[in-house]
Design a protein around this ligand. Structure first.
Ligand code: HEC
Length: 268
């Protein structure tokens, strides 16, 4: 039975290490406790939240933040906010086509050597708000709005950190902290002073599903969307991980059974 015990221990240890993502300490700012559907071993993206988060990104963030590694059709891939079983090929999905129609992209050069604008197709990547980093800095008082494609993964405790950042703006800085022109006080940001003005305020967007658009709600939704953008294959990967674990478990039991059978009549 010892072997069985060892196998069971390994199995439990492996599943625990997969699930360990608890918040310990932040990098400098203060983190607010917040929980997301995609955390933990079985966590998946809350599709409704991710769809609302896409709306928040579009209406409240995309004028400054690019998301250059995500193609419009990725929104309809398995595990994505707008995945539709009836349209496994996202480029054919009417929802994705409708989203693509919201954008114009620069293409070219044409036969005369000029760049031109055209309506976006599902295969296009999200158009960036600025032509380059210099233009982005020039419009933001010297601060560069980071690209959203990997941001949740690039920050320690990404989801909690970004949620805290979006909900922690304060008008008044504590005694001794001077808010320089163009800066904003936000205790969640390392150092407390951030170049980004508060991007969210009550009912900034109007959700079509009737959800009340509080700052906390929008922050939660946009973080869910950004988490998906940073790790679009998470759901597929987790499912695969479980299949492999279950397969190995059954395989181990079979091996144990055959070991017993083979050695049954042999003294050892
Ligand atoms: C008016 C332009 C503007 C808008 C709109 C905007 N941001 Fe920003 N954002 C910035 C700038 C500039 C920075 C860089 C700040 C700095 O380094 O001081 C930034 C930084 C960030 C950061 C990174 C903080 C870090 O740790 O480096 C996050 C996360 C972020 N923004 C999220 C959002 C979200 C989510 C939205 C939409 C709800 C949004 N931003 C809307 C300009 C903007």
């Amino acid at each position: 039975m010892r072997l069985l015990k060892i196998i069971a221990t390994l199995f439990v240890a492996a599943s625990l290490s997969l699930g360990a993502s608890a918040v310990s300490a932040s990098e400098g700012g203060e983190l607010k406790a917040s929980h997301f559907s995609f955390e933990g071993l079985f966590g998946t993206y809350d599709k409704a939240a991710a769809q609302r988060g896409f709306q928040v990104y579009q209406e409240a963030c995309s004028s400054c933040h690019a998301m250059s590694l995500v193609a419009i059709r990725n929104l309809g891939d398995p595990g994505a906010p707008f995945y539709d079983e009836e349209h496994p090929n996202a480029s054919e999905s009417p929802v994705i086509k409708a989203i693509a129609a919201m954008f114009t992209v620069t293409d070219g050069p044409d036969n005369e050597g000029d760049m031109f604008e055209r309506p976006a197709k599902p295969s296009d990547y999200f158009p960036a708000p600025f032509a380059n980093d210099q233009a982005a800095r020039a419009s933001n008082g010297g601060a560069l709005p980071p690209d959203f494609s990997m941001l949740v993964r690039a920050r320690a405790h990404g989801p909690q950190y970004i949620y805290s950042l979006l909900t922690s703006y304060e008008d008044e800085a504590p005694e001794g902290v001077e808010i320089r022109p163009g800066m904003n006080y936000n205790p969640a940001f390392n150092g407390g002073l951030i170049g980004m003005p508060p991007p969210l305020f009550e009912e900034l967007v109007e959700y079509s599903d009737g959800t009340h658009a509080s700052v906390e709600q929008m922050a939660h939704d946009v973080v869910t969307f950004m988490a998906w953008a940073s790790d679009p294959k998470m759901e597929v990967r987790k499912r695969m991980g479980w299949m492999v674990m279950i397969y190995l478990f059954i395989f181990a039991l079979l091996m144990y059974g055959s070991y017993k059978a083979v050695w049954r009549d042999v003294k050892h």
